[in-house]
Design a protein around this ligand. Structure first.
Ligand code: PKZ
Length: 196
């Protein structure tokens, strides 16, 4: 079976245009929510992804695989690797476009085993937008920014209103996200508002 799953993006898109207030290349993006499984400091067995803005509409993330992330003995669980890519792609969308969005579709291509103790260097990039649809993709390299590609992913994120999070999730979601954003403001001089 071919690994290629069709053209990407699958529809005509506008080239991605970073928000004028998007953080500059080199900016450490911090934690978007302390209880997030992908990046939160409060989730002991979480992925603790750390992300930095790259050049050209990219975000660079690092994820170190611990014994808490195993599927087979000594190897990362594929579902958790997919989670790391969801987080990295979502970080690119949220931080570079500054549009609230959720994952509509996530496709992963597992090319090499990822052992416990290894670090994935993930580069996520904005590929284009079509109305509310935001197309993103990423490659994860083993143990170095120029290491062999172990996992690749493609995602469709769909822009939503901020009320998506408080209506379908925690009624206090916007306050919690705003508090996390205030923490980031303190660490990186950011200015954006989550509460509409
Ligand atoms: C600015 C503030 C940021 C702050 C923060 C910064 C940092 C941020 C870091 C975040 C890092 C975490 C990243 C994790 C992100 C999650 O894990 S999000 C959680 C997982 N995802 C979900 O729970 C989503 C659940 N699904 C839904 O809520 C709804 O299905 C959706 C996705 C909102 C779409 O529903 P809808 O609004 O009714 O829209 P709908 O008309 O169905 O779809 C819109 C378009 O998308 C297309 N579409 C939707 N789903 C699909 C699909 N699966 N396949 C193909 N096309 C699709 C539709 O065909 C439609 O296309 P058009 O007709 O416009 O051409």
């Amino acid at each position: 079976m071919s690994r290629v799953s069709g053209p990407w993006p699958p529809v005509d898109v506008e080239p991605p245009a970073a928000h004028p207030k998007a953080p500059a290349p080199g900016t450490d993006l911090g934690v978007h929510y302390d209880e997030c499984f992908g990046c939160g400091d409060d989730v002991e067995a979480g992925l603790h992804l750390r992300s930095t803005v790259g050049e050209g509409n990219t975000v660079h993330s690092k994820f170190t695989v611990t014994p808490a992330h195993q599927g087979a003995p000594g190897l990362a669980h594929g579902g958790l690797l997919a989670c790391a890519f969801d987080e990295a792609l979502g970080s690119a969308v949220g931080n570079l476009l500054r549009r609230p969005a959720v994952t509509g579709k996530l496709e992963t291509d597992f090319r090499r085993p990822v052992p416990v103790g290894s670090t994935l260097y993930i580069e996520a990039r904005l590929d284009g937008t079509a109305g509310r649809k935001i197309y993103v993709s990423a490659d994860g390299r083993l143990d170095a920014a120029d290491g062999p590609i172990a996992v690749s992913a493609r995602g469709l994120f769909v822009q939503v209103g901020f009320e998506h999070f408080s209506t379908h999730g925690d009624p206090q979601a916007l306050d919690k996200l705003a508090e996390a954003n205030r923490k980031n403001e303190r660490t990186r001089g950011d200015e954006w508002e989550i509460n509409p």
